[in-house]
Design a protein around this ligand. Structure first.
Ligand SMILES: Cc1ncc(COP(=O)(O)O)c(C=O)c1O
Length: 364
Protein backbone atom coordinates (compact mmCIF):
# COMPACT_ATOMS: atom_id res chain seq x y z
CA UNK A 1 0.00 0.00 0.00
CA UNK A 2 1.37 3.39 -1.02
CA UNK A 3 1.32 6.39 1.30
CA UNK A 4 1.56 9.44 -0.93
CA UNK A 5 -0.03 12.71 0.16
CA UNK A 6 -1.06 15.28 -2.43
CA UNK A 7 1.45 17.75 -0.97
CA UNK A 8 4.04 18.25 1.73
CA UNK A 9 6.55 21.03 2.22
CA UNK A 10 10.20 20.59 1.25
CA UNK A 11 12.03 21.52 4.46
CA UNK A 12 15.60 20.82 5.51
CA UNK A 13 18.37 21.90 7.86
CA UNK A 14 18.52 25.48 6.60
CA UNK A 15 14.96 26.27 7.74
CA UNK A 16 15.79 24.79 11.14
CA UNK A 17 19.02 26.80 11.39
CA UNK A 18 17.31 30.11 10.55
CA UNK A 19 14.34 29.43 12.85
CA UNK A 20 16.72 28.57 15.69
CA UNK A 21 18.47 31.91 15.08
CA UNK A 22 15.11 33.66 15.66
CA UNK A 23 14.51 31.76 18.88
CA UNK A 24 18.04 32.20 20.23
CA UNK A 25 17.97 35.93 19.45
CA UNK A 26 14.42 36.41 20.85
CA UNK A 27 13.25 37.95 17.55
CA UNK A 28 10.18 35.80 17.07
CA UNK A 29 7.52 38.39 16.32
CA UNK A 30 7.10 40.75 13.37
CA UNK A 31 10.47 42.49 13.69
CA UNK A 32 13.85 41.01 12.93
CA UNK A 33 16.46 40.66 10.22
CA UNK A 34 14.79 37.82 8.31
CA UNK A 35 11.78 39.94 7.33
CA UNK A 36 13.67 42.47 5.23
CA UNK A 37 16.07 39.78 3.98
CA UNK A 38 13.18 37.64 2.76
CA UNK A 39 11.47 40.63 1.13
CA UNK A 40 14.65 41.71 -0.68
CA UNK A 41 15.60 38.20 -1.79
CA UNK A 42 12.06 37.54 -3.01
CA UNK A 43 12.06 40.74 -5.07
CA UNK A 44 15.50 39.93 -6.47
CA UNK A 45 14.53 36.37 -7.37
CA UNK A 46 11.45 37.40 -9.35
CA UNK A 47 12.83 40.68 -10.66
CA UNK A 48 10.01 42.68 -9.08
CA UNK A 49 11.25 45.92 -7.59
CA UNK A 50 9.40 46.01 -4.27
CA UNK A 51 7.84 43.44 -1.94
CA UNK A 52 6.38 43.42 1.54
CA UNK A 53 5.55 40.34 3.61
CA UNK A 54 2.08 39.72 5.02
CA UNK A 55 0.52 36.98 7.12
CA UNK A 56 -1.10 35.00 4.28
CA UNK A 57 -2.15 35.14 0.65
CA UNK A 58 -5.73 36.10 1.48
CA UNK A 59 -4.82 39.28 3.33
CA UNK A 60 -2.26 39.99 0.60
CA UNK A 61 -5.18 40.21 -1.83
CA UNK A 62 -7.31 42.23 0.58
CA UNK A 63 -4.53 44.79 1.09
CA UNK A 64 -3.72 44.90 -2.63
CA UNK A 65 -7.31 45.78 -3.54
CA UNK A 66 -7.69 48.18 -0.60
CA UNK A 67 -4.44 49.94 -1.46
CA UNK A 68 -5.49 50.35 -5.09
CA UNK A 69 -8.57 52.16 -3.76
CA UNK A 70 -11.06 49.55 -4.94
CA UNK A 71 -14.28 49.71 -2.91
CA UNK A 72 -18.08 49.92 -2.93
CA UNK A 73 -19.67 50.52 -6.38
CA UNK A 74 -16.58 49.14 -8.11
CA UNK A 75 -16.59 45.92 -10.08
CA UNK A 76 -13.67 43.53 -10.31
CA UNK A 77 -13.46 40.93 -13.09
CA UNK A 78 -12.05 37.55 -12.09
CA UNK A 79 -12.31 33.88 -13.04
CA UNK A 80 -15.07 31.82 -11.44
CA UNK A 81 -12.69 28.86 -11.29
CA UNK A 82 -10.32 29.85 -8.51
CA UNK A 83 -9.72 29.38 -4.80
CA UNK A 84 -12.31 31.17 -2.67
CA UNK A 85 -9.81 33.72 -1.28
CA UNK A 86 -9.62 35.47 -4.67
CA UNK A 87 -13.35 36.24 -4.69
CA UNK A 88 -13.52 36.88 -0.93
CA UNK A 89 -10.94 39.64 -1.22
CA UNK A 90 -13.20 41.52 -3.65
CA UNK A 91 -16.09 41.18 -1.19
CA UNK A 92 -13.88 42.34 1.74
CA UNK A 93 -13.42 45.77 0.11
CA UNK A 94 -17.14 46.01 -0.67
CA UNK A 95 -16.69 45.70 -4.45
CA UNK A 96 -18.66 43.41 -6.73
CA UNK A 97 -16.95 40.30 -8.11
CA UNK A 98 -17.84 39.77 -11.77
CA UNK A 99 -17.04 36.24 -12.84
CA UNK A 100 -15.74 35.03 -16.20
CA UNK A 101 -15.62 31.51 -17.61
CA UNK A 102 -12.39 29.55 -18.11
CA UNK A 103 -10.41 28.70 -21.18
CA UNK A 104 -10.92 25.06 -22.14
CA UNK A 105 -7.19 24.31 -22.46
CA UNK A 106 -5.35 26.49 -19.94
CA UNK A 107 -8.25 26.50 -17.40
CA UNK A 108 -7.47 30.18 -16.73
CA UNK A 109 -9.78 33.17 -17.22
CA UNK A 110 -10.80 33.29 -20.89
CA UNK A 111 -9.66 36.69 -22.20
CA UNK A 112 -12.18 36.53 -25.06
CA UNK A 113 -14.99 36.53 -22.50
CA UNK A 114 -13.75 39.49 -20.46
CA UNK A 115 -14.84 42.40 -22.68
CA UNK A 116 -18.57 41.68 -22.50
CA UNK A 117 -18.30 41.89 -18.69
CA UNK A 118 -16.80 45.39 -18.64
CA UNK A 119 -19.15 48.14 -17.43
CA UNK A 120 -18.64 51.76 -16.43
CA UNK A 121 -18.06 50.49 -12.88
CA UNK A 122 -15.30 48.04 -13.76
CA UNK A 123 -12.14 49.02 -11.94
CA UNK A 124 -9.83 46.06 -12.26
CA UNK A 125 -9.11 42.61 -13.62
CA UNK A 126 -7.89 40.11 -11.04
CA UNK A 127 -6.17 37.20 -12.77
CA UNK A 128 -5.20 33.86 -11.25
CA UNK A 129 -2.51 31.64 -12.78
CA UNK A 130 -4.33 28.45 -11.92
CA UNK A 131 -2.20 25.65 -10.46
CA UNK A 132 0.85 27.55 -11.69
CA UNK A 133 -0.24 27.93 -15.33
CA UNK A 134 0.34 31.48 -16.64
CA UNK A 135 -2.67 33.44 -17.95
CA UNK A 136 -2.78 34.99 -21.44
CA UNK A 137 -0.99 38.12 -20.28
CA UNK A 138 -0.62 39.91 -23.64
CA UNK A 139 -4.35 39.78 -24.31
CA UNK A 140 -5.27 40.68 -20.75
CA UNK A 141 -2.85 43.60 -20.57
CA UNK A 142 -4.16 44.89 -23.88
CA UNK A 143 -7.70 44.90 -22.46
CA UNK A 144 -6.50 46.67 -19.30
CA UNK A 145 -4.78 49.32 -21.35
CA UNK A 146 -7.69 49.85 -23.73
CA UNK A 147 -10.33 50.11 -20.99
CA UNK A 148 -8.05 51.81 -18.41
CA UNK A 149 -8.39 49.00 -15.89
CA UNK A 150 -6.06 48.07 -13.07
CA UNK A 151 -4.47 44.64 -13.19
CA UNK A 152 -3.95 42.49 -10.11
CA UNK A 153 -2.14 39.18 -10.34
CA UNK A 154 -3.15 36.59 -7.77
CA UNK A 155 0.11 34.67 -8.03
CA UNK A 156 -0.58 32.54 -4.96
CA UNK A 157 -0.09 29.39 -7.04
CA UNK A 158 2.43 30.59 -9.58
CA UNK A 159 5.70 31.33 -7.80
CA UNK A 160 8.37 30.51 -10.39
CA UNK A 161 6.09 30.38 -13.44
CA UNK A 162 7.04 32.50 -16.45
CA UNK A 163 5.31 34.22 -19.33
CA UNK A 164 7.61 35.04 -22.26
CA UNK A 165 10.63 34.71 -19.99
CA UNK A 166 9.27 36.96 -17.24
CA UNK A 167 8.24 35.66 -13.82
CA UNK A 168 4.56 35.90 -12.95
CA UNK A 169 3.93 38.76 -10.57
CA UNK A 170 5.67 41.24 -12.88
CA UNK A 171 2.61 42.02 -15.00
CA UNK A 172 0.09 43.47 -12.56
CA UNK A 173 -0.07 46.93 -11.04
CA UNK A 174 0.20 44.85 -7.91
CA UNK A 175 0.70 41.11 -7.34
CA UNK A 176 0.14 38.79 -4.43
CA UNK A 177 1.63 35.47 -3.34
CA UNK A 178 0.79 32.77 -0.79
CA UNK A 179 3.27 30.72 1.23
CA UNK A 180 0.81 28.31 2.83
CA UNK A 181 2.33 24.92 3.74
CA UNK A 182 1.31 23.37 0.42
CA UNK A 183 2.68 26.15 -1.82
CA UNK A 184 5.77 25.90 -4.04
CA UNK A 185 7.75 27.81 -1.43
CA UNK A 186 6.26 28.05 2.05
CA UNK A 187 6.56 29.95 5.30
CA UNK A 188 3.91 27.84 7.06
CA UNK A 189 1.33 30.61 6.73
CA UNK A 190 2.38 33.70 4.84
CA UNK A 191 2.05 35.94 1.85
CA UNK A 192 3.71 38.73 -0.12
CA UNK A 193 2.53 41.84 -1.93
CA UNK A 194 4.82 42.95 -4.75
CA UNK A 195 4.88 45.76 -7.28
CA UNK A 196 7.23 47.89 -9.34
CA UNK A 197 5.49 50.87 -7.73
CA UNK A 198 7.35 51.77 -4.55
CA UNK A 199 4.59 54.01 -3.21
CA UNK A 200 2.02 51.21 -3.46
CA UNK A 201 4.22 48.72 -1.60
CA UNK A 202 5.14 51.28 1.05
CA UNK A 203 1.47 51.95 1.58
CA UNK A 204 0.73 48.22 1.91
CA UNK A 205 3.54 48.01 4.49
CA UNK A 206 2.03 50.93 6.41
CA UNK A 207 -1.51 49.55 6.34
CA UNK A 208 -0.47 46.02 7.33
CA UNK A 209 0.98 47.43 10.54
CA UNK A 210 -2.11 49.23 11.92
CA UNK A 211 -1.43 52.37 9.84
CA UNK A 212 0.76 53.60 12.65
CA UNK A 213 2.46 56.96 12.25
CA UNK A 214 6.23 56.93 11.72
CA UNK A 215 6.58 60.14 13.72
CA UNK A 216 4.16 59.74 16.61
CA UNK A 217 3.73 56.67 18.83
CA UNK A 218 0.27 55.07 18.99
CA UNK A 219 -1.01 57.51 16.37
CA UNK A 220 -3.13 56.05 13.60
CA UNK A 221 -4.32 58.33 10.81
CA UNK A 222 -6.60 55.81 9.21
CA UNK A 223 -8.00 52.30 9.37
CA UNK A 224 -5.15 49.80 9.51
CA UNK A 225 -4.72 46.07 9.90
CA UNK A 226 -2.45 43.63 11.66
CA UNK A 227 -1.46 41.59 8.62
CA UNK A 228 2.24 41.28 9.45
CA UNK A 229 4.44 38.23 8.94
CA UNK A 230 6.65 37.02 11.78
CA UNK A 231 10.43 36.86 11.70
CA UNK A 232 10.12 33.07 12.16
CA UNK A 233 7.98 32.74 9.03
CA UNK A 234 10.36 34.98 7.08
CA UNK A 235 13.29 32.83 8.27
CA UNK A 236 11.59 29.77 6.76
CA UNK A 237 10.79 31.76 3.62
CA UNK A 238 14.39 32.86 3.15
CA UNK A 239 15.62 29.28 3.50
CA UNK A 240 13.01 28.14 0.97
CA UNK A 241 14.01 30.86 -1.45
CA UNK A 242 17.64 29.76 -1.28
CA UNK A 243 16.62 26.42 -2.78
CA UNK A 244 13.82 27.71 -5.01
CA UNK A 245 15.73 26.71 -8.17
CA UNK A 246 15.98 23.13 -6.93
CA UNK A 247 12.29 23.02 -5.97
CA UNK A 248 11.24 24.39 -9.36
CA UNK A 249 13.48 21.96 -11.25
CA UNK A 250 12.05 19.05 -9.27
CA UNK A 251 8.53 20.13 -10.13
CA UNK A 252 9.34 20.28 -13.85
CA UNK A 253 10.57 16.70 -13.60
CA UNK A 254 7.46 15.57 -11.71
CA UNK A 255 5.25 16.95 -14.47
CA UNK A 256 7.43 15.31 -17.15
CA UNK A 257 7.26 11.92 -15.41
CA UNK A 258 3.47 12.08 -15.12
CA UNK A 259 3.18 12.94 -18.82
CA UNK A 260 5.54 10.11 -19.74
CA UNK A 261 3.84 7.42 -17.65
CA UNK A 262 0.24 8.51 -18.32
CA UNK A 263 0.51 9.24 -22.05
CA UNK A 264 -1.49 6.19 -23.16
CA UNK A 265 -4.55 6.78 -20.99
CA UNK A 266 -7.77 8.67 -21.54
CA UNK A 267 -6.55 11.64 -19.50
CA UNK A 268 -6.19 15.31 -20.42
CA UNK A 269 -3.44 17.44 -18.89
CA UNK A 270 -3.77 21.18 -18.26
CA UNK A 271 -2.16 22.89 -21.27
CA UNK A 272 0.09 25.94 -21.33
CA UNK A 273 0.25 28.63 -24.00
CA UNK A 274 3.33 29.08 -26.16
CA UNK A 275 6.30 30.71 -24.39
CA UNK A 276 4.93 29.90 -20.95
CA UNK A 277 6.62 28.01 -18.13
CA UNK A 278 4.15 26.40 -15.76
CA UNK A 279 5.79 25.87 -12.37
CA UNK A 280 3.35 22.98 -11.82
CA UNK A 281 2.33 23.88 -8.30
CA UNK A 282 -0.19 21.08 -8.82
CA UNK A 283 0.00 18.69 -11.77
CA UNK A 284 -3.65 18.43 -12.76
CA UNK A 285 -5.65 16.24 -15.12
CA UNK A 286 -9.17 15.84 -16.46
CA UNK A 287 -11.08 12.58 -16.60
CA UNK A 288 -13.90 11.85 -19.09
CA UNK A 289 -16.67 12.88 -16.69
CA UNK A 290 -17.45 13.55 -13.04
CA UNK A 291 -18.27 9.93 -12.21
CA UNK A 292 -14.96 8.78 -13.66
CA UNK A 293 -13.13 11.49 -11.70
CA UNK A 294 -14.80 10.50 -8.43
CA UNK A 295 -14.16 6.81 -9.11
CA UNK A 296 -10.47 7.24 -9.85
CA UNK A 297 -10.04 9.40 -6.74
CA UNK A 298 -11.63 6.66 -4.63
CA UNK A 299 -9.51 4.00 -6.34
CA UNK A 300 -6.31 5.94 -5.68
CA UNK A 301 -7.32 6.75 -2.09
CA UNK A 302 -7.95 3.08 -1.34
CA UNK A 303 -4.39 2.39 -2.51
CA UNK A 304 -2.77 5.18 -0.50
CA UNK A 305 -2.63 8.00 -3.06
CA UNK A 306 -4.21 11.29 -2.03
CA UNK A 307 -5.63 13.59 -4.71
CA UNK A 308 -7.74 16.77 -4.69
CA UNK A 309 -10.64 17.77 -6.87
CA UNK A 310 -10.24 21.03 -8.81
CA UNK A 311 -11.72 24.10 -7.10
CA UNK A 312 -15.49 24.61 -7.05
CA UNK A 313 -16.51 27.50 -9.33
CA UNK A 314 -17.39 30.54 -7.24
CA UNK A 315 -20.77 31.18 -8.88
CA UNK A 316 -22.10 27.79 -7.74
CA UNK A 317 -21.86 28.23 -3.99
CA UNK A 318 -22.34 30.26 -0.82
CA UNK A 319 -21.71 34.00 -0.91
CA UNK A 320 -21.19 34.16 -4.65
CA UNK A 321 -23.99 31.87 -5.83
CA UNK A 322 -25.75 33.17 -8.91
CA UNK A 323 -27.98 31.95 -11.72
CA UNK A 324 -25.30 32.53 -14.33
CA UNK A 325 -23.74 29.46 -15.89
CA UNK A 326 -20.11 29.06 -16.87
CA UNK A 327 -20.04 25.77 -18.77
CA UNK A 328 -16.28 25.39 -19.18
CA UNK A 329 -15.44 26.11 -15.54
CA UNK A 330 -18.25 23.81 -14.40
CA UNK A 331 -17.08 21.01 -16.65
CA UNK A 332 -13.41 21.39 -15.61
CA UNK A 333 -14.37 21.40 -11.92
CA UNK A 334 -16.46 18.26 -12.39
CA UNK A 335 -13.80 16.32 -14.29
CA UNK A 336 -10.53 17.56 -12.83
CA UNK A 337 -8.19 16.44 -10.11
CA UNK A 338 -4.81 17.44 -8.71
CA UNK A 339 -2.22 14.67 -8.51
CA UNK A 340 0.47 14.45 -5.80
CA UNK A 341 2.94 17.21 -6.69
CA UNK A 342 5.29 17.81 -3.77
CA UNK A 343 8.92 18.53 -4.67
CA UNK A 344 10.39 15.45 -3.01
CA UNK A 345 8.50 12.97 -5.23
CA UNK A 346 10.84 10.62 -7.07
CA UNK A 347 10.44 9.06 -10.52
CA UNK A 348 9.62 5.72 -8.87
CA UNK A 349 6.79 7.37 -6.86
CA UNK A 350 5.23 8.78 -10.03
CA UNK A 351 5.69 5.39 -11.68
CA UNK A 352 3.85 3.72 -8.76
CA UNK A 353 1.01 6.26 -8.92
CA UNK A 354 0.79 5.73 -12.68
CA UNK A 355 0.64 1.95 -12.20
CA UNK A 356 -2.38 2.42 -9.92
CA UNK A 357 -3.97 4.63 -12.56
CA UNK A 358 -3.20 1.98 -15.20
CA UNK A 359 -4.92 -0.67 -13.06
CA UNK A 360 -7.89 1.65 -12.62
CA UNK A 361 -8.29 1.89 -16.39
CA UNK A 362 -7.92 -1.88 -16.72
CA UNK A 363 -10.65 -2.35 -14.11
CA UNK A 364 -13.34 -0.31 -15.88
C1 LIG B 1 -5.41 31.37 -6.06
C2 LIG B 1 -5.25 31.59 -4.58
N1 LIG B 1 -5.44 32.81 -4.08
C3 LIG B 1 -5.29 33.06 -2.78
C4 LIG B 1 -4.95 32.09 -1.88
C5 LIG B 1 -4.89 32.40 -0.43
O1 LIG B 1 -3.70 32.16 0.18
P1 LIG B 1 -3.62 31.79 1.74
O2 LIG B 1 -4.13 30.40 1.90
O3 LIG B 1 -2.17 31.94 2.05
O4 LIG B 1 -4.45 32.79 2.48
C6 LIG B 1 -4.70 30.80 -2.35
C7 LIG B 1 -4.29 29.75 -1.41
O5 LIG B 1 -4.46 28.61 -1.45
C8 LIG B 1 -4.89 30.52 -3.73
O6 LIG B 1 -4.71 29.29 -4.23
Amino acid sequence: MLNIPVYKPFLCDLEEKYVNECIKSNWISSRGKFISKFEESFSNYLGIKHSTTVSNGTVALHLALHTLGIGPNDEVILPTLTYVATANSVAYVGAKPVFVDSDRDTWNINPEKIISKITKNTKAILVVHLYGNPCSMDKIMEICEKYKLLLIEDSAESFGSKYKGVYMGNFGNISTFSFFGNKTITTGEGGMVSSSNKELVNRVAYLKSQAVSKEKEYWHDELGFNYRMTNICSAIGLAQLEKADIILQKKQKISMWYQKFLKDFDITFQKSEKDCVNSFWMVSILMKNEKDRDNIREYLKARGVETRPLFTPMHTMGTFKSNETFPIAESLAAKGLNLPSYPDLKEEDIFSISEVIKKYFESI
